[in-house]
Write a protein that binds this ligand. Structure first.
Ligand SMILES: [Zn+2]
Ligand SMILES: [Zn+2]
Length: 68
């Protein structure tokens, strides 16, 4: 299991846009894909994460997975 995290407020993913981590369809960074060189997202550097959701509950996936 992993989380999608963002250091910006909802709707503000400028932090993620400028960091080296790959972003998911929702614009957040997957905790399992965080790049060590990033100074924002590695857990060891644990800075304020303002937004997050379970990767399985990613809003960007709702449209491609079973919608019922
Ligand atoms: Zn990052
Ligand atoms: Zn997501």
């Amino acid at each position: 299991m992993s989380l999608h995290i963002s250091r910006g407020w909802p709707g503000q993913q400028h932090m993620e846009a400028e960091c080296p981590c790959p972003t998911e369809a929702c614009g957040y960074v997957d905790t399992s894909k965080v790049v060590d060189a990033c100074e924002q997202h590695p857990v060891a550097r644990a800075k304020t994460i303002r937004s997050s959701h379970d990767s399985r509950a990613c809003p960007a996936r709702n449209g491609e997975r079973s919608v019922s």
